[in-house]
Design a protein around this ligand. Sequence first.
Ligand SMILES: Nc1ncnc2c1ncn2[C@@H]1O[C@H](COP(=O)(O)OP(=O)(O)OP(=O)(O)O)[C@@H](O)[C@H]1O
Length: 288
Amino acid sequence: MEGEVVSETGNASHASTGAQTAAGHLFTAHDVTAVMPRHGGGETTVFQGLSFHVDGGEVVDLTGPSGSGKSTLLTAFARLNVHTSGTFALDGKNSDAFTPQQWRINVAYLPQTSTLIGETVADAIRLPWTFKIRQSERANEPKDMLSDAHIRATLDRMGCQDIDLDRPPRDLSGGQAARVSLARTLLTKPRVLLADEVDAGLDEENADKVADLLKLAAQEGTAVVRIRHRAPDGRATRMMVLKDGVLREVPLPTAAQVAAAQRADVVGAASAANGASADGNATDGNGE
Ligand SMILES: Nc1ncnc2c1ncn2[C@@H]1O[C@H](COP(=O)(O)OP(=O)(O)OP(=O)(O)O)[C@@H](O)[C@H]1O
């Protein structure tokens, strides 16, 4: 079964076979394989020959059991993982035509926790723009692109009015830090945003704000892929499950199922906070 890609939705345009993804999609990945070194010697094939595609405006949720290879797959897409191989293209242009840095600007991977470096939140947000790779791009941007006023306006538009630009990043709450990390990446205008459990560990309210930010990015044309372990939140436009080396599209939950899953997630989070053992599978929303 390794490498098989199955659609359960009946939507042929979303069935990720090689032939159907050959042209027309913003981002395509083919023949993606991950072979990991095994502790003590040898190798393990996590998955082999997977295909995937995503278009601007989509929010694709990627779920699946722990260790199935979700993070490995996203880091492969971003060309960040030396244990992976595959053929990747953006707007039909092969990734070999990009330097790794250029590729990662366009296909940005956002880990669960990212470090915010700088004296202030504004400095931390500006940091990616100080990298040499961005100098030529900056020449094409409006002059006030990196001004506090522009960053302030952008954060406000993203629903981050509560975040003071003059604060040291270390003083931010977990939810604020997650949103600043996300805003920092979004300001660099990636075409594809690979968000790896960026809402993990956040309370419902902050997870919701992060989800709103990602949805806004999608509405503005970014292709968003989210790894999630939380209950479905109604933002996804497609859902995929990676399990036993198979990447499979599954039907989106109905609004009623989303509402029920959200309620269960809140109860599960409250139980966990009270010291009860939370059953992650019951609220995983993976349809498994
Ligand atoms: N650098 C590495 N060296 C060796 N094995 C690795 C490495 N990175 C990941 N693996 C292994 O590859 C497999 C897939 O890991 P991965 O982190 O991609 O899974 P995941 O589905 O994202 O898990 P989770 O949901 O728990 O985050 C696991 O068995 C993991 O132990």
